[in-house]
Write a protein that binds this ligand. Sequence first.
Ligand SMILES: Cc1cc2nc3c(=O)[nH]c(=O)nc-3n(C[C@H](O)[C@H](O)[C@H](O)COP(=O)(O)OP(=O)(O)OC[C@H]3O[C@@H](n4cnc5c(N)ncnc54)[C@H](O)[C@@H]3O)c2cc1C
Length: 250
Amino acid sequence: MKVAVLGSGLGGCITALHYYFHGRDHIDEIEIIHDSSTPIQPVGQGTTPDITELVFETLNNHRYPKKNNFLNTTIKIGVEYENWSKENLFHHLSLTNTACHYDPAELSQAVLRSGLFKVNDKVIKQAEEEVDADIIFDCRGRELNDDHKYQTLTNPINSVLLGKKAGHDPSLLWTKCVATPDGWCFVIPNIDSTSYGYLYNNSITDSDIAKSNFKELFDVESSNQLHFKNYLAKSIWTGERTILNGNKFA
Ligand SMILES: Cc1cc2nc3c(=O)[nH]c(=O)nc-3n(C[C@H](O)[C@H](O)[C@H](O)COP(=O)(O)OP(=O)(O)OC[C@H]3O[C@@H](n4cnc5c(N)ncnc54)[C@H](O)[C@@H]3O)c2cc1C
């Protein structure tokens, strides 16, 4: 059986790794077809233990020795919710089942270079007409989404300001989600910096006010801003042999 995965963002990469590992008795070849001139999403660092285990088993990214942590991951033992209630809440992962934070671009490049997949740099317009595979996973992101095939989801946030503080914080072994006057902010440790994402709704909070609150509360200048729709495909299937995943699905 031949499987094609369209896209090399987190959606495409995790789909490819999943079927490489779990489909190994049935799948002869997995081809990743992606358009290298369309960048992947810069966000999506936090994972659950199953993803960390999948990356460990397939790409052999380890935590020790340092050279074997070529993905530059940091440990995630849970999620801390700060300012959401009188006391901070901590959702602890099982200690036999911890997760990691990744850099999406580094993970994507490692998957493409892993040698586990046939990789094709090509723009796909009509998947089922252009792709030779028994099953196609369409993970081409949200840019090409055809609105009438999606339903809108209610989510109070639709924008994020991204920023980083230089330097590793050795005490931060988890993801932090901090409630703010405008929404919430994620705080994620990297090996040489800390990532911040200040989430808000741009129809409620002016982006200049969000930027100034981001700076005042976290002492971070925003280096990038994203706006996103909140949606779900009406069907995960399309055509005769295509399944949607990643931002193509929701
Ligand atoms: C603020 C924020 C924080 C988030 N945090 C997390 C988190 O901590 N953990 C988490 O798991 N998720 C997180 N997410 C969600 C996560 O970012 C997305 O689920 C993920 O990035 C989606 O990746 P994707 O592969 O679907 O799309 P993309 O990253 O957009 O990739 C699309 C791919 O398709 C390719 N492509 C596009 N058009 C074509 C074409 N015509 N032909 C061929 N290839 C094409 C592109 O080259 C690219 O490789 C977060 C999202 C936001 C907005």
